[in-house]
Write a protein that binds this ligand. Structure first.
Ligand code: AMP
Ligand code: MG
Length: 437
């Protein structure tokens, strides 16, 4: 059993940023590019019609006034022709088609006069383009970029436009800061999927959805492995799968009961224990280790979280959160839940041997609250916060935790902490603190 501060330091020392990974283009949205993308062709790839109308020769249009031309072919987007325009001829053309050899410019269909706008191959069109510019409405080959040019640079964020550009430039895969892959496994013979009605003695697997949600909120990729019964071979098979991920989160089976098989199985799978049991309430049984991998590959980090949902969540927030943040390369100030101080509105019970985390609801301090009125404003002139401890029956009580906007962090101490006392509070994730900085 070790102290919380030592355990946190061990997690921080064991986790290291993951190298970038090659991702399918569609999976890379929202990621940061780690290697530039080189175009495999020009854009536009050929001289392209940018309007629906008629592909013409500049020379035929030079005189101004109404020009009558023979329409020799029809070109929809996707059509190509080897026919070369001779003087006095033009091609009916749609936006996106390559302009035919000999053509220099497009005259939009709206410039056709005398009801000739519908003219196709074999007919004659009369065009009146009052302000003709040589080369008008043609997207020139390579005007946007050239083959071999870098179109997206390392460090760029891949939004919708960047994904489209990569697709246009021929990138099927990109190298980017991949999301951390987190395998999630529950152990417990009493557990049933959350979408079923438990029989007497059975418990819905709430940790599975909870841990997947927590991973998603931090930008990771949850890989749910479901539930393994409390049988060594069942747990071992699922653990073997989970060890292929960057992180394996287990819940249940890490305390001291007869069927708490997880630590032994992890050891048998070659996972080195970093710590087991932390002076902490709730969450004492937590287990942490790492599986070394062949040189050059990042180790798999393994967390054995307690089965009780609230203990599991507290351990996730304290230990797993910084590990995921470090693996995904976040700066130090984004590793942990933000901390604040607040004044207790009601007494709470500390533990003499270990720090305690309790759910509470944060709010600006109200008039008439504990403490003198002047204490409602802190030294920087900001309104101080108060925190109301929520009714909570213990580490299986998700109801109290679900309404909490903060976790009251009490250092080890004997007895009650009185109302009006200033306490440390971890501010629960509202979906913004864990996201991209
Ligand atoms: P354990 O850590 O396996 O001893 O489990 C402690 C308590 O947490 C027991 O009451 C379990 O039924 C409960 N528990 C374990 N795993 C889960 C889970 N995935 N979802 C909900 N409750 C669980
Ligand atoms: Mg169990």
């Amino acid at each position: 059993m070790i102290d919380l501060a030592d355990a946190l330091a061990l997690v921080e020392r064991t986790a290291a940023p993951l190298p970038p990974r090659r991702l399918q283009l569609a999976a890379a949205v929202g990621r940061l590019l780690s290697a530039g993308i080189i175009a495999d062709g020009d854009s536009p790839p050929w001289d392209r019609a940018m309007m629906d109308g008629f592909a013409v020769r500049d020379a035929d249009m030079a005189g101004g006034g109404i020009v009558e031309l023979e329409v020799v072919t029809d070109l929809a987007a996707g059509d190509v022709t080897s026919l070369t325009l001779r003087p006095g001829s033009c091609a009916r053309i749609m936006t996106g088609a390559p302009i035919p050899p000999g053509a220099d410019a497009i005259v939009p269909v709206e410039r056709a006069v005398d009801g000739t706008a519908g003219t196709h191959a074999g007919g004659r069109v009369r065009l009146h383009e009052k302000t003709f510019r040589p080369g008008q409405h043609v997207g020139r080959q390579g005007a946007a970029y050239r083959q071999g040019q870098e179109v997206l640079a390392a460090g760029m964020w891949l939004g919708a436009a960047e994904i489209a550009l990569a697709a246009e430039a021929g990138a099927t895969h990109v190298v980017a800061d991949a999301p951390v892959r987190v395998a999630i496994l529950q152990s417990g013979s009493e557990l049933v999927p959350h979408d079923t009605m438990p029989a007497f003695g059975q418990t819905r697997n709430s940790n599975g959805p909870m841990l997947a949600a927590a991973v998603t909120l931090l930008g990771g990729e949850p890989i749910p492995l479901g539930v393994a019964a409390d049988r060594p071979e069942a747990i071992r098979a699922a653990v073997a799968k989970g060890l292929a991920a960057d992180v394996l989160l287990l819940s249940g089976g890490v305390s001291a009961g007869d069927l708490d098989l997880v630590p032994g199985i992890l050891a048998a799978c070659g996972v080195d224990e970093v710590f087991h049991k932390v002076r902490l309430k709730p969450g004492k049984p937590v287990w942490f280790g790492r599986l070394a991998r062949p040189a050059g590959e990042a180790p798999t980090l393994v967390f054995g979280l307690p089965g009780n949902p609230v203990s599991s969540l507290v351990c996730f927030e304290l230990f797993v959160r910084p590990a995921l943040a470090i693996l995904s390369g976040r700066p130090r100030q984004a590793w942990h839940l933000p901390r604040t101080t607040a004044v207790l509105t009601a007494p709470v019970k500390a533990a003499p041997d270990r720090p305690v985390y309790l759910p509470g609801r944060l709010r600006p301090m109200t008039a008439g609250a504990a403490g003198a009125d002047s204490s409602r404003i802190d030294s920087r002139g900001a309104a101080r916060l108060e925190i109301e401890p929520l009714p909570w029956t213990g580490s299986s009580d998700l109801r109290g935790m679900a309404g909490a906007s903060g976790l009251i962090a009490l250092p080890a101490a004997a007895g009650l902490v009185a109302a009006g006392t200033g306490v440390d509070v971890l501010v629960r994730d509202s979906g913004t603190s864990g996201g991209r900085e």
